[in-house]
Every structure is written in C-alpha cells, then in structure tokens.
Ligand binder design. Structure first.
Ligand code: PLP
Length: 384
C-alpha cells in the first residue's frame, strides 16, 4: 500500500520517554506552579507531599511502605537502592534488555560485588524466573522498555523470600498491576506512564528494605544524593517531602497534573485498561499484517506500554543487520517526516524494529490511525 492513508493520529507522540502528555494537556496546566518559591516553604512542601500521597493512593501502596521523590529520575532511584542496600547477601540480577544489563554492569563493575550472578536472556525473551535463588537479593526490571518484554505477574516471587526484591518499574507503574507484598523496592520516574516532566524519580521501600537500611552499612562511600540513613537509622525526611536536594516546582506541578488526571479518569484500573486497549489495537494490526511481529515471543510477557515490533518479512530478513537497521530507521524517519509518529525507532541497543508507546496517555484512536501509516511507510521503504 503506497497511497497515503486518509486519517492521521491527532497526536503523533508515541515516544517511550519522555512519554506523551495526558490528553488535553497544555502549558496552562502549570499556571499555578510554585515557581520562584522555596520547596521548603510550607506551600512548597505541601505540593511535594501531595505528589507522594496521590501516587501512593493511585498505586494502592501499603500504608507501611515509604515513598520519596528523589533526584535523577528512575536511574537515580535505582542507583540509590543498589548503592544503599546491596552487599549484605549475594545478588541475582535479571537482564533481558538494555536497562537490566545496565544494572548488572553497575553491580559487577562499579559496586564490584563478588557474589553476584547475572541471569540473562536475549531480546524478546525472559530469563528463567524459576532459576532465581530468593535467599539472595534480586534486581530486575518489571517491564523491559527496550524489548517490550515484561514479567507476566509476581507469582514467581515467594512471599517468604529472604532476599530483597528490587524492582525497576519505571515503564510499568501506573500501567500494570504491581503486587506490593512481593516487592521491597520499586522505582519509577515522572516522565514515563503519566507523561510528566523528566529528572525526578520515585523510590518506594517496604518495611524489609527499611530494615536492611538500618542493619547494613555498605562498604563503599555513599554520595549525599544516595543517603537514606542518619546515625544508622532510616531517615524519613525525604519520604515526607523534604527532598534531598532542590526539585523543579514546575515539574512538581506537572506531576500533580498527571496524578489528578489519573484520578479523574478512574485511577489505576482505568490507566491499566487504557494501556491494554492500546495494546489491543496494535495486536489486531499485527495479527492481520504479514511483515511484522512482536519482539516479545510469549504473549503473556508482551508489554502494554513499550510495544516493540520486529520486521518478519523475508525480504527484510534477507538483509544483514546493518542494512536492517537502515531500513527500520527509514520507516520511522518517514513517519516522523510526515508528522504522524515521533520517536518510534527501536532503542539504540535493541534489534532493529519499531517501538510504540502504548501507555495511558496515548489514545487508542491515535493508534488506530497510526497503523495504516506503518504499512504505508514499510511499503515505501521496501519499494525504494
Ligand atoms: C526500564 C528502565 N529503567 C531505567 C530507565 C532510565 O530512566 P530515566 O531516564 O528516567 O532515569 C528507563 C528509561 O527509559 C527504563 O525504561
């Protein structure tokens, strides 16, 4: 099909981060931002506490879990956890795409933990979850954003585990069910599912994680940005709105806007339903299309947020990897040039393909409109 499709997505924003703003967003959403004021003022702190409170409510986080706004986005939140908690026992690192591999590198090459085992899988697959030894700490990503492979649920995490379950959930929180009792550390950032501004992260800790903070002193130096204890005791300050350093009050307002929108549309249940409906649109199209497939092999592991697609057409597969990457880039480039889809090339370390964000801020109607454009762009790339 090389004739131009008639319909265009109303919004061409399908990036996997920063993700699309919520429907109807405009800069007017920030008009009451507490700019030019101290985040430590009464009003400033109230807004920070409001972010924490609304996040906990929407995500139905247990009352005895603690949640903080932390610097440096999801990366900052994960690093705080790894540097503060690891080393007390052996560690299992699950890696099936770029971000999990990044955490493995940190643990092996930076923290230099001797008793660390990396359990790997290739792009499109999950590692053997049954192989995980829960007498050890376990670091994993709930949704592998660069392969579109997620863990299907928390059934593989025992309730009576000895180690801590440390979960990077940045492209899962607000889009997938997170079974809190199975998770000791959960991290995410504002720039993902709710489409907030970047650079601030969220770090949730279970009572067992807090216990670890109080019973284990890491052998390495801890930068001020990572510190969560004072005099050997858990320091609740950051978890009560006293951020470690200065946040952007503009970003805070935007995060609040996203959270209030999430509540207006019916909370977590509807956020998840929207993401699932979006995935369904893509699935329907993949099922009736002969040149494309999901990178995730097992449907139960298919992400409903970072949906990764590979080209399955024999013509495409007949090319070497470099040429394949050029073709895939050509496809996403054409869609960008047409203004119908921005930023949908596969992640730089992932196999060549497309990655379409399907989180709650994306409208199913826009995905419906996008699908014929994918056929159009692929046909044109092939003809060329
Ligand atoms: C699974 C995962 N971990 C970590 C990150 C890094 O997030 P940030 O750039 O918000 O620190 C991302 C970003 O896409 C991600 O998808």
């Amino acid at each position: 099909m090389t004739t131009t499709p008639g319909l265009r997505p109303k919004s061409p924003h399908f990036s996997s981060g920063p993700c699309a703003k919520r429907p109807g967003w405009s800069p007017a959403a920030l008009k009451d931002a507490l700019v030019g004021r101290s985040h430590r003022s009464k009003e400033g702190k109230e807004r920070l506490i409001e972010v924490i409170r609304r996040s906990k409510d929407i995500l139905a986080m247990p009352a005895d879990y603690r949640l903080a706004i932390v610097p440096a986005s999801d990366t900052g939140a994960v690093e705080m956890a790894l540097w503060s908690l690891l080393g007390a026992r052996g560690v299992e690192v699950l890696a099936w795409e770029s971000f999990g591999e990044g955490w493995a590198t940190d643990i092996l090459k930076q923290l230099k933990l001797k008793d660390a085992r990396v359990i790997k899988a290739a792009y499109g697959l999950l590692p053997d979850l049954k192989a995980v030894d829960w007498s050890r700490d376990v670091v994993f990503t709930w949704n592998g954003t660069t392969s579109g492979v997620k863990v299907p649920d928390g059934g593989w995490i025992p309730d009576d585990r000895e180690g801590l379950a440390i979960c990077d959930a940045t492209s899962a929180a607000f889009a997938m069910d997170l079974p809190w009792p199975k998770l000791d550390v959960v991290t995410w950032s504002w720039q993902k599912v709710l489409g907030g501004e970047a650079q601030h992260g969220m770090l949730a800790l279970s009572p067992r994680a807090i216990q670890r903070l109080e019973s284990h002193v890491p052998p390495w130096p801890l930068p001020k940005l990572f510190r969560m204890t004072k005099g050997g005791k858990f320091d609740e300050a950051a978890f009560k709105g006293d951020t470690i350093n200065t946040p952007s009050m503009l970003a805070v307002e935007d995060a609040l806007d996203g959270l209030r929108w999430a509540e207006r549309i019916g909370g977590l249940k509807n956020l998840i339903a929207r993401s699932q409906a979006n995935l369904k649109v893509v699935t329907g199209w993949v099922d009736r299309t002969d040149w494309v497939g999901f990178l995730a092999k097992d449907p139960a592991t298919r992400s409903s947020t970072s949906v990764c697609l590979s080209f399955t057409d024999p013509w495409f597969l007949g090319h070497g990897e470099e040429a394949q990457a050029v073709i895939a880039k050509k496809v996403s480039g054409m869609l960008e040039a047409e203004g119908v889809a921005y930023d949908i090339a596969a992640y730089r370390d992932a196999p060549p393909g497309l990655r379409i964000w399907c989180g709650a801020t994306v409208e199913a109607a826009d995905l419906e409109a996008l699908m014929p454009w994918l056929d159009w762009a692929y046909a044109r790339a092939k003809a060329a």
